[in-house]
Design a protein around this ligand. Structure first.
Ligand SMILES: [Zn+2]
Length: 289
């Protein structure tokens, strides 16, 4: 039986997020087995390592990550994995190198004790669907390096995915066009890429710094500012601190709209494309009221 030898083994990919996992799956198709190292309902900037992550990293041919300081747990996890299997480090794809970052020039202090986030630019760049274009290009290139015989297949898969993305982009933009220029406040600074793509204006964040809860004094000033600017919409994600948001909402009369920051963060956001279907629909419905 020579036949099994002709069937190439699947490429095993560990992606640090469900969003990257889906983009890898779109390009790799049945030639890859890809899993996310994190759960979308957990804090993406958390620092602890789970045993499952070590297992996935240990067996991965390719690691696809958000990069910058988005995954403070990853360096330690990789070190632990490398100790378990010397010389078996996966091929590394840092997706942040494929996109143009926002806020990369914003000077931020780096705290020693708490996980500091967005110190090198805002890391939530997958929330601009246009960024799927350069990210999937990099994924196709990397998978093609691992499996040159499948380069054309990866390119074709990517083209098919981008055609669907383009079709939906037309619909998403049309759905939000009536609300262009709407000023919003955000819980965590998750939405600058999404806001830029769909012409929303982020006025302020409820967090005083990324990852750092607001002081009462900061909240007071925020409420005053929102009332002056007439901001009536707060964009949040499922993990955002409900009590703080409720206080701002009560103080301003604004409404909290909870969006899905990642695939799987909302049950309806089942893949990268439905992530935007859900967010666009929910936001348009909230802004229409
Ligand atoms: Zn963040």
């Amino acid at each position: 039986m020579l036949l099994p030898l002709l069937v190439a083994a699947t490429i095993t990919v560990a992606a640090t997020t469900t969003d990257l996992r889906d983009l890898v799956a779109a390009v790799g198709g049945d030639r890859v087995r890809v899993e996310s190292l994190t759960h979308p309902r957990h804090d993406p900037h958390a620092t602890e390592i789970h045993p499952r992550q070590l297992t996935l990293l240990g067996g991965a041919d390719v690691l696809v990550r958000i990069g910058l300081d988005h995954e403070p747990w990853l360096a330690r996890a990789l070190r632990a994995t490398t100790r378990a299997a010397p010389g078996a480090a996966p091929r590394d794809l840092d997706a942040s190198r494929a996109v143009t970052l926002l806020d990369a020039e914003t000077p931020r202090l780096r705290a020693d004790r708490r996980p500091h986030v967005h110190a090198f630019g805002n890391t939530h760049y997958w929330l601009d669907p246009e960024n799927a274009r350069p990210i999937t290009a990099r994924i196709a290139e990397t998978l093609g390096d691992v499996r040159p015989a499948d380069r054309a297949l990866f390119a074709a898969n990517r083209e098919r995915f981008l055609r669907e993305l383009d079709a939906r982009l037309v619909r998403w933009r049309a759905a939000l066009r009536p609300y262009a220029g709407t000023r919003v406040v955000v819980a965590h600074d998750t939405w600058p890429y999404f806001a830029r793509r769909f012409d929303l204006v982020v006025v302020a964040t409820v967090e005083e710094q990324p990852g750092i809860p607001p002081s009462p004094r900061y909240l007071g000033a925020l409420i005053t500012r929102m009332k002056e600017a007439g901001v009536v919409t707060i964009l949040a994600e499922p993990g955002a601190p409900a009590a703080v948001l409720a206080r701002v909402a009560t103080g301003t009369g604004a409404r909290v709209v909870t969006l899905a920051p990642s695939v799987g963060a909302d049950p309806e956001a089942t893949d990268y494309l439905t992530l935007f279907d859900v967010n666009v629909r929910r936001l348009a419905a909230a802004l229409a009221r």
